[in-house]
Design a protein around this ligand. Structure first.
Ligand code: NAD
Length: 304
């Protein structure tokens, strides 16, 4: 048997706040492969996440038996590179004022203090934020566009820059992208399509730079639609899932676990020669050039 074995490795999965999103499924897959898993959680969602965990409201069961455990839960706000960058209104906000060290560098420093260095083998960026996602790109303000790029794309650059020195040679970074980076997806607005395009381009450049500097790999997964908390904010997610089910190469929509498994592969030694890659995990939807329903209608007509 050729196993995906991450025994003895440590992963940080940034962007976990419930059990419905890709981050949770990736954390689960990493744990199933044997890794110790730390998570980074956005401060506004930290309270509800830790309470839900304590009250047993999240599905922590693992098919092999046992439960998904997190070695540490770090508050992380990926729009701040250093603690000094946090403006006073955020620092004093009730969801932040009890916390410290939640910038990207802050979390890197906390991990180095908790575990020494190098201490990290797998870094997962499973977060995005676009305040104007419901506005068409053409109607997006400069600040909305730059906020989407900052939270959803530059955050990966900053994380690789600041966690790279903590990573062991052979380590791997994976992020989550979406087809709107390369094709038009009406409704995915506010500069989010631009942010995903940047994320995919930066994946290639970071693969070269971080590969040469630290010997680590950088890949991204272009995932199909999932009715996560973030995707619900876009408003059309249920229709998108149905559309994929009708039109993808495999007539189904991918599960969160499908993405978790692909991430575990990409971060395992089995993918030792894979870097700078955008891997589509979307039932082959990205390969389609015509909707399947139209094709069926056409073939029905020719048989008459
Ligand atoms: P999700 O809600 O589970 O994850 C998004 C996370 O980002 C949340 O936990 C949120 O708290 C966190 N976040 C937001 N702003 C942050 C910040 N400034 N700092 C730190 N964390 C922050 O939703 P998801 O859909 O699983 O999203 C995970 C990733 O998958 C995102 O990059 C998303 O764009 C991508 N993706 C999602 C879909 C989909 O249809 N759901 C499809 C393709 C790609």
């Amino acid at each position: 048997m050729l196993p995906i074995d991450l025994t003895g490795k440590r992963a940080l999965v940034a962007g976990v706040a419930d059990d419905r999103g890709y981050g949770w499924a990736i954390a689960r897959a990493m744990a199933r492969a044997g890794a110790s898993v730390c998570v980074g959680t956005w401060p506004p969602t930290l309270g509800i996440f830790t309470r839900s965990l304590e009250r047993g409201k999240l599905d922590r069961s693992l098919p092999e038996g046992g439960e998904l455990e997190f070695e540490k839960i770090y508050p992380l706000d990926a729009v701040f590179d250093t603690d000094e960058d946090v403006p006073d209104d955020v620092r004093e906000d009730k969801r932040y004022r009890e916390l410290s060290g939640y910038s990207i560098q802050g979390v890197a420093d906390r991990m180095a203090a908790d575990f020494g260095s190098p201490c990290l083998d797998v870094l997962v960026h499973s977060l995005a934020n676009g305040p104007e996602v419901q506005n068409a790109l053409i109607d997006t303000s400069r600040s909305g566009y730059l906020a989407a790029l900052s939270a959803s794309a530059y955050s990966l650059v900053s994380m690789v820059q600041r966690f790279g020195p903590l990573m062991s040679e052979g380590g791997a970074v994976v992020s989550l992208s979406y087809l709107a980076a390369e094709r038009v997806v009406p409704g995915y607005g506010g500069g989010m399509s631009s942010a995903k395009a940047a994320l995919e381009g930066d994946t290639r450049t970071l693969a070269f730079e971080a590969g040469r500097r630290w010997g680590i790999r950088v890949n991204t997964i272009s995932a199909g639609p999932l009715a996560s908390r973030a995707a619900k904010a876009i408003g059309t997610i249920d229709r998108m899932v149905e559309y994929y089910e009708a039109n993808a190469a495999l007539p189904a929509s991918n599960s969160a676990d499908d993405v978790g498994h692909a991430a575990a592969f990409l971060c395992s030694p089995l993918a030792a020669a894979v870097t700078g890659e955008t891997l589509h995990v979307d039932m082959g939807y990205h390969a389609m050039g015509m909707v399947a329903e139209d094709q069926l209608d056409a073939s029905d007509g020719s048989e008459d």
